[in-house]
Design a protein around this ligand. Sequence first.
Ligand code: HEC
Length: 122
Amino acid sequence: MHRNRWFIALLIFGILGIGFADTAMAKRKKKKGPDGRALYKEYCKPCHMADSDNGEYTPMSYIQDQWTRFFDEQYEETHKDVLDPNHDNKPVTEAISDDQLQSIRDFAINAAADSEHPMTCG
Ligand code: HEC
């Protein structure tokens, strides 16, 4: 009986411990790397503001699945021939580095319409 109680106590502490470690890691992850929101503002917003001919797109224009599909399947195809006048007229896909795109992608998905904190990019 005694042993059982210890076992359960340990189990509960174990689960709590994992929970804490997880939140701590999630917090650290958020801080690290380039700021997706700032990057979105610099690299996406100029072409996708309200009333833009290319359509207005902010993170909350799409749900998370749509952003995932966009970055996985559409972005390269629909942006490789689009020149970005704000970045030396390079094709969008070249103006934005892989690291930067990863941050923009994380930001868009984290702020999507069905995320916990839907956002425009401000
Ligand atoms: C230099 C202008 C320009 C920049 C910069 C730009 N886009 Fe686009 N975007 C376009 C054009 C042009 C289209 C195609 C519109 C069409 O086909 O009607 C488009 C289409 C889209 C679409 C609609 C789906 C699709 O693939 O057609 C989404 C979503 C999108 N862009 C998001 C983004 C994001 C996110 C960024 C930043 C990583 C970005 N765009 C940067 C010009 C731009």
